[in-house]
Write a protein that binds this ligand. Structure first.
Ligand code: TXA
Ligand code: MG
Length: 299
């Protein structure tokens, strides 16, 4: 087991065919073992060892967005054990773009490792880590005690977990929004994409309360931001920020909002602030993914 950087968030990685290593991942995170994991591989060809059938449109998605922040959920092959899939007939697979993750997957492949499970490297329910330091904050006790390493690959560039797309039906279904948007998927496949928010137990990131800092996250729109000393602000730099608020994130655009969000949520706890006023970004695409994470953090 080893914590690794990816372009979305840091993951806690283990050989996806090694049951005892995977059990340690659940243990370190404090995560229930019926929550399925994502298998990370180096290429689309490697993904075919895990997912038995890719419709043509899913191949198009993989060719366009892999390596990158996209996870495909398809029917599993015999390689995917129950501990990885949560006992389901499907398995989630992703090809990460971060050069350190890519190199590691390629090197391990030459040692017959066919994939790595890698849930976000945070304690279960907490904010996902976007730096090696964040991983240390959450997991150092466990990692140091057991001699496990963190590979430091700098700050994750995307900053939100991958878009998860179900590929077992006729049309794509988004199970978790991310940087690859509904519009991206529709234009690549030419198909109508639906969004499924009822996948609750299947997608732990879809539990209502998740991605949560200690501080209370209060969602506001750009025109009703209260002025309150001792509270933090997260939003776009086009918002009028009241003087009393501590600015945790004032992002110039949606990409920076996404990449800085988790850092800002964690920074709030470090400063000992008990409340955060977070302005939901308007619009489709990445704005939806940011709003999704903020509303879960606020529950
Ligand atoms: O960006 C990411 O996806 C990051 C990085 C490290 O790759 N990983 C990540 O893993 O977010 P995790 O375990 O925190 O979230 C994986 C999500 C969970 O919500 C899980 O329920 C869902 O993927 N998932 C895994 N297998 C599934 C399946 N067969 N069907 C539906 N959802 C599945
Ligand atoms: Mg997670």
């Amino acid at each position: 087991m080893c914590a690794i950087p990816t372009e979305t968030v840091y993951g806690l990685a283990a050989d996806a065919t090694n049951e005892s290593a995977i059990k340690r991942v659940f243990d370190a995170k404090g995560r229930p073992t019926d929550h399925p994991l994502i298998v990370h591989v180096a290429t689309l060809e490697d993904a075919k060892a895990w997912i038995s059938d890719f419709p043509d449109w899913a191949i198009k998605l993989a060719e366009k967005y892999w390596p990158g922040p996209l996870t495909l959920v398809g029917n599993r092959t015999a390689l995917a054990i129950d501990l990885v899939t949560g006992g389901q007939d499907t398995v989630a697979v992703r090809v990460p773009a971060h050069p350190v993750a890519q190199q590691l997957l390629k090197d391990l492949k030459s040692h017959d490792v066919q994939g790595l499970v890698a849930p976000s490297a945070n304690r279960f329910g907490h904010v996902s880590p976007t730096t090696a330091k964040h991983v240390e904050t959450d997991l150092a006790d466990y990692l140091v005690k057991h001699g496990d390493l963190i590979l430091d690959g700098g700050q994750s560039s995307v900053g939100l977990e991958s878009t998860i797309v179900l590929i077992t039906g006729n049309d794509p279904v988004i199970l978790r929004p991310g940087a690859i948007t509904k519009e991206d998927i529709e234009s690549t496949t030419g198909l109508k994409v639906s969004e499924n928010s009822v996948a609750k137990p299947r997608v732990s990131g879809s539990l209502e309360s998740h991605y949560s800092p200690k501080a209370e996250v209060i969602l506001v729109n750009g025109s009703n931001i209260p002025d309150e000393v001792g509270a933090g602000f997260i939003g776009l730099n086009t918002n009028q920020i009241p003087e009393g608020l501590t600015i945790l994130l004032s992002a110039p655009n949606l990409e920076s909002y996404a990449s800085g969000l988790y850092q800002a949520l964690r920074h709030c706890d470090e400063l000992g602030l008990t409340k955060i006023y977070a302005v939901l970004p308007e619009g489709e695409g990445l704005a939806k993914a940011i709003s999704d994470r903020l509303s879960r953090a606020s529950n």
